[in-house]
Design a binder for this molecule. Structure first.
Ligand code: UDP
Ligand code: MG
Length: 353
């Protein structure tokens, strides 16, 4: 299955014939949450890229727009998009499931070999797509991921948070998750097939795309400003995603518990020896009350934190065990470049079948 090139009848016109890897085609997956104002601009750019790719490399493309339960007119806008020179799939989820679920829905529905993930807010410059495609087609890379060139514009507290997060998640990991890598990423057919095979429901795409291996390459870029609107991430949801990523990817927090336990035990041992010495050798009576209270509070605090961390993992086990589908599809339409007519939607599909 991996590596199989899915061939497809070409679109309109008679541009360059697909050669070698290009035969597989490229699905561009775009998650959308309240992006009605950005969609037209974005789609115009995607169309342009699709035309260029078709003309220069004979690469067929489709756009997979995943409406992640938007509360504005995103779905209506997506339905109206013109399918010129590329096919358009519009998948509407039954509610807001979050970006990672939307990405999975797009991946599941992608019909062509290679898959490109791109944000719907215009921050991922479509012009860069040609470069990413070049690394795949010309140099044979499987995972072409992008990273913010620098984070100088971000507050230092956030940068520190990011640093700590990656230090923790990569602690002792065989396959390191690259720091700063974003969700703007191209997967070759075999890498996309590998990603589709992963059974877990708690998805952390950055981590998974790195974990699958194959030939990976990093491309630095400067994210553009959003076309309209504001980011949907706030401090709280970022912390949520970090905990999600950490607990689904590494046992570092659990190891931290063992390490802390060890440190505390060592400290207690040294303290105990000191008390023994003071009492028996120097004959001093050791005042106990404050040290007992401090010791109790340290122990109690550390234990509570660690119970919380264990709880995170148990919660994760529970949600994997329940095996609920990651998302439900409310509506699915496909417009092909040749005949722009819509079809009814297939039933919802769970992540692992
Ligand atoms: N998004 C989504 N579901 C959500 C939140 C966001 O599909 O619940 C999409 C959003 O429409 C955008 C992308 O994920 O295309 C990135 O979102 P955003 O720009 O808010 O994040 P940032 O660029 O700040 O990381
Ligand atoms: Mg954004």
């Amino acid at each position: 299955m991996a590596g199989d090139a899915m061939t497809r009848a070409g679109g309109a016109g008679a541009p360059a014939r697909p050669r070698g890897r290009a035969e597989a085609g490229l699905s561009i997956v775009v998650p959308l949450f309240n992006e009605a104002n950005n969609l037209a601009t974005l789609h115009a750019r995607v169309l342009e890229v699709a035309r260029t790719l078709k003309a220069q490399r004979g690469l067929a493309t489709e756009a997979v727009y995943v409406d992640d339960g938007s509360r504005d007119a995103t779905l209506a806008a997506a339905r109206e998009l013109p399918a010129e020179s590329l096919d358009i799939q519009v998948i509407s989820l039954s509610r807001n499931f979050g970006k990672e679920a939307a990405l999975l829905a797009g991946l599941d529905h992608s019909r062509l070999g290679a898959v490109l993930f791109m944000d719907g807010d215009g921050q991922h410059p479509p012009a860069l797509v040609e470069k990413l495609v070049g690394y795949w087609l010309d140099d044979g890379y499987d995972v072409v991921y992008t990273a913010k060139a620098h984070r100088a514009s971000e507050p230092w507290l956030r940068r520190l948070g990011v640093k700590t997060f990656y230090a923790l998640i990569n602690w002792g990991a065989r396959q390191k998750i690259p720091e700063d890598a974003g969700d703007f990423r191209l997967l070759s057919p075999r890498a996309a097939a590998a990603l589709k095979q992963l059974p877990e429901r708690n998805r952390f795409f950055k981590g998974l795309a790195s974990w699958i291996g194959f030939r990976q390459i990093r491309v630095d870029y400067e994210p553009a400003e959003r076309i309209h609107g504001r980011t949907t991430w706030n401090l709280y949801s970022l912390i949520g995603l970090s905990i999600e990523g950490l607990t689904s990817f590494s046992v570092a927090p659990l190891r931290l518990a063992s390490l802390l336990g060890l440190l505390l035990a060592a400290a207690a041992f040294i303290f105990g020896v000191q008390i023994l010495l003071e009492t028996f050798v120097f004959g001093e009576s050791v005042p106990g009350y404050p040290s007992v209270i401090v010791g109790l509070m340290v122990l109690g605090g550390v234990q509570l934190i660690m119970i919380g961390i264990m709880g995170e993992y148990i919660g994760k086990i529970l949600s994997e065990l329940k095996a609920r589908p990651v998302y439900f599809v409310a509506e699915h339409t496909l417009k092909t470049a040749e005949n722009a007519d819509a079809i009814g939607g297939p039933p919802a599909r769970s992540a692992a079948e």
